[in-house]
Design a protein around this ligand. Structure first.
Ligand SMILES: NCC(=O)CCC(=O)O
Ligand SMILES: [Mg+2]
Length: 353
């Protein structure tokens, strides 16, 4: 049950009882509670607001027709066949969500050591982009650039002798970005954390005439336990060998995030992202204060799963926790949030207007 915000607690919970208290005065000049005395007063002094313009909605796509398959660790999120992804794109349009992000569940038979399918101009992501752009040209479409949905080992890059190869991987990522841009993708979002990939992709996009295709760099992406359910969703959880700590950042570090962001901006990133979200709000704030560029946060699958699990157990008020968590990103300085809660939040925002 949703509790309406701003209803005075005493009216909600108690039948009034006649009591008398002594009324000593503390003689306070400043009483911060005055500005919180009623809903209109709180609205008047409110510093941050979440709007539908702040939302990017990640969708998972699978092969097939008319498929919507539940993901156990992400209750409420489904893998969608391309036709159904188009229906969710329509829902995004109706909810005034400016942009969606696409992630494929690649059939295991198409995964290999090199992530070859990433560069197939007719892969699931490219098919989805074309189908969505055809019906909804005004909806922003973001495509992730990384090899993990396509490799048999679940890593974001090419491996040799147990090591993730940087420059060789970047050459493949450039090809992946080009097929996505060719399909009509608006924002290329490299999430692989290889060094130098933003510059290489920018140059290749420009050479191919995609001057207006934006780059949102996953600039500060941490090696995190919170990606677990996402790996279920794209089917890499079981195949992933080892961890990603030689390319994703150490969660102990903060200055390093600024250096990563600085590099990506110098290489041509139009927007930067911090990921995960809630445990890294301090990074969002530092990035925004330091660079004053469009800054995004990714509220990742594990954050979604935590809130949903607690809400489904009745341990927290899910609606309120969702909106509070999203407002936290705005307060930390984010210009927008990639969140699986996007349609839910947009519905709430629209209903409250
Ligand atoms: N490159 C996209 C992701 O890794 C998403 C992670 C998540 O939602 O857990
Ligand atoms: Mg980097």
């Amino acid at each position: 049950m949703a509790i309406k915000f701003g209803r005075p607690i005493e009216l909600r919970d108690h039948a009034p009882r006649p009591v008398t208290y002594d009324t000593p005065s503390l003689g306070l000049t400043t009483r911060p509670r005055r500005n919180r005395k009623s809903e209109w007063a709180r609205r008047l002094v409110r510093e941050n607001v979440l709007t539908t313009d702040d939302l990017i909605w990640p969708l998972f796509v699978i092969d097939g027709d008319n498929q919507r398959a539940a993901i156990a660790s992400m209750p409420g999120v489904e893998r969608l066949s391309v036709d159904q992804a188009v229906r969710d794109a329509e829902r995004a349009m109706k909810l005034d969500i400016p942009c969606i992000a696409l992630f494929p569940y690649t059939d295991p038979s198409l995964r290999d050591e090199m992530g070859t399918e990433a560069c197939n101009a007719n892969n699931l992501v490219c098919q989805s982009v074309r189908a969505i752009k055809k019906e909804f040209p005004d909806l922003g479409v973001l495509c992730d650039v990384a090899l993990d949905p396509f490799t048999s080992h679940g890593h974001d890059g090419l491996i040799q002798g147990g090591k993730i190869l940087n420059d060789e991987t970047v050459a493949v990522l450039v090809q992946q970005a080009l097929v996505q841009a060719e399909a009509g993708c608006d924002i290329i979002a490299p999430s692989d954390m290889m060094d130098g990939r933003v510059g290489a992709i920018r140059e290749a996009l420009d050479d191919a005439g995609f001057l207006d295709v934006q780059i949102m760099a996953y600039a500060a992406k941490y090696a995190s336990a919170f990606y677990g359910p996402f790996r279920d969703a794209i089917g890499s959880a079981k195949t992933l060998t080892g961890d990603k700590r030689t390319y994703q950042m150490d969660s102990a570090n903060s200055d390093e995030a600024l250096r990563e962001v600085e590099l990506d901006l110098a290489e041509g990133a139009d927007m930067v992202m911090v990921k995960p979200g809630m445990p890294y709000l301090d990074i969002v704030r530092r990035v925004k204060d330091t660079f004053a560029v469009p800054t995004f946060a990714y509220q990742v699958s594990g954050e979604y799963a935590m809130i949903m699990a607690a809400a489904n157990n009745g341990w927290i008020d899910g609606d309120r926790a969702i909106m509070e968590s999203l407002l936290g990103f705005k307060r930390a300085g984010a210009d927008g949030v990639l969140t699986y809660f996007a349609p839910h939040a947009a519905e709430r925002i629209k209903a409250s207007r």
